[in-house]
Design a protein around this ligand. Structure first.
Ligand SMILES: Cc1cc2nc3c(=O)[nH]c(=O)nc-3n(C[C@H](O)[C@H](O)[C@H](O)COP(=O)(O)OP(=O)(O)OC[C@H]3O[C@@H](n4cnc5c(N)ncnc54)[C@H](O)[C@@H]3O)c2cc1C
Ligand SMILES: CC(C)=CCC/C(C)=C/CC/C(C)=C/CSC[C@H](N)C(=O)O
Length: 472
C-alpha cells in the first residue's frame, strides 16, 4: 500500500516539529517523511564553542508559558538548564545607565517604582493578560482547528492580536497609558536585544518581546537545538543532508523537490523526488541569495526582508571604564541599549549550555550588534579578551517588523505549505512550533478531504485570503 510522501525543507525547530506532529496525526508507518537540511539540525538554535565549552549563539531563552517547548522537553527526557543566579540588568542610553538592577530584589523593585511608577505593575499585568489569551491556541489546536492564514490564527486567539500588527509598538503602548519614559527605555530595550529593531515594530511582536524579557525564562540543558534533534528522532523521518534548490508541480498534482546534490554522504542518483505534500520550513528572505526557486508559483509576496543580527561570543573581561565604572566596582552584566545608532544592542554575560551550579563565574560574553564589530569596538568593550575565542554569527535573524508582508498565507499552492509565514507575527521557537502544528493539521485534513474550519476571519491585511482547497 502506498503511503503519502511528505518533504519538509528545513530541519530547524519548525521543520522537525512539523515532522513530529505529522507522525502523530498519520500514525506509525502511515506516512513517509523526508527532511531536507542544508546545514545543521536546529537551524537558528545553534551553539558555538568558546574556550572549550558550548554557548547559545542563536535562540537562547524559552518562556515558561510556551507550552509546546515545555512539553517537548519533558516528554523527551531533556532537562531545563540550571540557571546562574545574580545576573543584573542595566539600561544604557549611550552615555549612562538610566536604570540598574540591584542584587537586592526589593531594592530593584523600589527603583522600578521610582522610575516607572504604577506602569511597573501595569506592564506585568498587560503581558500576563496577553499570555493568557495566547494560551488559547493550545486548546484550539488540540481540538484540531487549523487556519489558512496567520491573521486567522491570531484572531482566533484574540482579535486584537491581529489588529496589533497595524499599530506601532511605541505609539500603541503609549496610547495604553504607559509613560514615555517606560516605553522609550524599558520596552525599547527589549525590542533592541530581542529583535534588533526599534519602537516602530508592530505591537504584537512588541508585546512578545516584552514577554521574552520577563518571567522565569529558561533554556535546555545541553543546548536548545537538542529539542529539534529529539523531534527528528521521534518523527521517524529520513534526514536528507542537502540544500533544496527548487520546488515545482508535476502534471498529476504532485510536487517535485529538487536538491543540489552537493552532500557526498547522500546517494545523488535521485536529485528530484516527487511528494504528495511539501512543507517549506525555512524563511523566504528577499535579502538572501540562497533562496529556493519557486518561480512556478507566481510571486504572491510570501518573502520579505529579514534583519541582520550579529552575535559575537567571546571570553574576556568587560571594560568597566567604557561604562564609567572603575575595574573594582561591580556593574550590570546584562547591558541593554535603549538608544538608536549605538554599535551594540546588548552585551550579556552568558553561561555554557551544560552549566551547573558548581561552575566558576563565567567570563564569556555575548554581544548583539547590527553589523559585525570591528577590532577597535571590541577593544572598547573588553579588556584582555582572548582573540582566538571570538565567534561571530551574522544571522539574517528576523523579519523587518516595521512593515507587513504582502501575504501571510500558510499555503503557497495545493499541498505546498509555508511555515515561516508565522514569523511575520513574531519570531520565536514557540511560534514556529505553533505554525508546525497548524500545517500538520492542514496537511492531514487536506489529504483526507476533511473540511478546514471556514475562514471566519479571512479578511487579510493585504493580498490573498486563505481559501479552502475546493475553492482553489
Ligand atoms: C540570534 C537569535 C536569537 C534568538 N533568540 C531567541 C530566543 O531567545 N527565544 C526564542 O524563542 N527565539 C529566539 N530566536 C528566534 C528563533 O531562533 C527562531 O524563531 C526559530 O528558531 C526559527 O525556527 P525555524 O525552524 O522556523 O527556522 P530555522 O531555524 O531558520 O530553520 C530553517 C532551516 O532550514 C534550513 N534551510 C534553509 N534553506 C534550505 C534549503 N534550501 N534546503 C535545505 N535546508 C534549508 C536552514 O539551514 C535551517 O536549518 C532567535 C533567533 C536568532 C537568530
Ligand atoms: C511566543 C510567546 C508568547 C512568547 C515568547 C517570548 C520569547 C521567549 C521571546 C524571545 C524572542 C527572541 C527572538 C529573543 C532573541 S534574544 C534572546 C535573549 N535576550 C538573548 O540575549 O539571547
Amino acid at each position: 500500500v502506498q503511503v503519502p510522501k511528505v518533504a519538509i525543507i528545513g530541519g530547524g525547530i519548525g521543520g522537525t516539529s512539523t515532522a513530529y506532529f505529522l507522525r502523530q496525526l498519520f500514525g506509525a508507518g502511515k506516512v513517509d517523511i523526508d527532511i531536507y537540511e542544508a546545514r545543521k539540525i536546529g537551524g537558528r538554535l545553534a551553539t558555538v564553542d568558546v574556550a572549550g565549552r558550548n554557548y547559545e549563539t542563536g535562540g537562547s531563552i524559552i518562556h515558561p508559558r510556551n507550552k509546546y517547548m515545555v512539553s517537548f522537553v519533558k516528554s523527551f527526557g531533556l532537562k531545563p538548564r540550571e540557571s546562574a543566579k545574580g545576573s543584573l540588568m542595566g539600561l544604557w542610553d549611550g552615555s549612562k545607565f538610566v536604570f540598574e538592577e540591584s542584587s537586592w530584589e526589593a531594592i530593584t523593585f523600589i527603583k522600578l517604582l521610582w522610575r516607572y511608577g504604577y506602569g511597573t505593575f501595569k506592564l506585568k499585568s498587560y503581558i500576563d493578560d496577553m499570555l493568557s489569551k495566547f494560551e488559547s491556541i493550545y486548546t484550539l489546536q488540540n481540538k484540531g482547528d487549523a487556519f489558512w492564514t496567520v491573521s486567522e490564527l491570531l484572531k482566533a486567539m484574540n482579535p486584537e492580536f491581529d489588529s496589533d500588527r497595524r499599530i506601532k509598538t511605541g505609539m500603541g503602548f503609549k496610547k495604553l497609558g504607559f509613560s514615555d519614559q517606560m516605553v522609550d527605555e524599558l520596552v525599547a530595550a527589549t525590542i533592541r536585544v530581542n529583535y534588533g529593531q526599534d519602537l516602530m515594530v508592530h505591537k504584537f511582536v512588541g508585546s512578545v518581546s516584552v514577554a521574552g524579557a520577563s518571567g522565569d525564562l529558561w533554556a535546555v540543558d545541553g543546548g536548545n537545538f537538542r529539542v529539534a534533534e529529539k523531534l527528528l528522532e521521534a518523527s521517524d523521518a529520513q534526514l536528507v543532508r542537502d540544500r533544496v534548490s527548487k520546488v515545482s508541480s508535476a502534471n498529476d498534482g504532485k510536487l517535485i523537490v529538487t536538491r543540489q546534490g552537493t552532500t557526498i554522504e547522500n546517494d545523488n542518483s535521485d536529485l528530484s523526488r516527487t511528494y504528495d505534500i511539501v512543507v517549506l520550513a525555512a524563511p523566504l528572505q528577499t535579502n538572501s541569495d540562497s533562496s529556493i526557486d519557486l518561480s512556478e508559483y507566481r510571486d504572491k509576496g510570501w518573502a520579505g526582508p529579514y534583519h541582520h543580527t550579529v552575535s559575537t561570543v567571546l571570553q574576556g573581561k568587560l571594560n568597566h571604564s567604557f561604562f564609567g565604572y572603575s575595574e573594582k566596582e561591580s556593574m550590570p552584566d546584562e547591558i541593554l541599549s535603549t538608544a538608536a545608532g549605538l554599535f551594540f544592542n546588548s552585551v550579556s554575560r552568558i553561561q555554557p549550555v551544560d552549566y551547573n551550579k558548581n561552575d566558576r563565574a563565567s567570563d564569556v560574553w555575548k554581544v548583539f550588534s547590527p553589523v559585525p564589530l570591528s577590532d577597535s569596538e571590541l577593544d572598547l568593550l573588553f579588556i584582555q579578551y582572548n582573540k582566538n575565542s571570538v565567534k561571530v554569527n551574522d544571522w539574517l535573524a528576523y523579519p523587518h517588523y516595521a512593515r507587513l508582508p504582502t501575504s501571510d498565507n500558510f499555503r503557497i499552492h495545493r499541498n505546498f505549505y509555508y511555515l515561516n509565514a508565522i514569523e511575520w507575527a513574531a519570531s520565536a521557537m514557540e511560534m514556529s512550533v505553533i505554525a508546525a502544528k497548524n500545517i500538520a493539521l492542514l496537511a492531514h485534513k487536506g489529504l483526507y478531504g476533511e473540511p478546514v474550519r471556514a475562514a471566519r476571519h479571512s479578511k487579510m491585511i493585504h493580498g490573498l485570503e486563505g481559501k479552502p482547497f475546493d475553492e482553489l
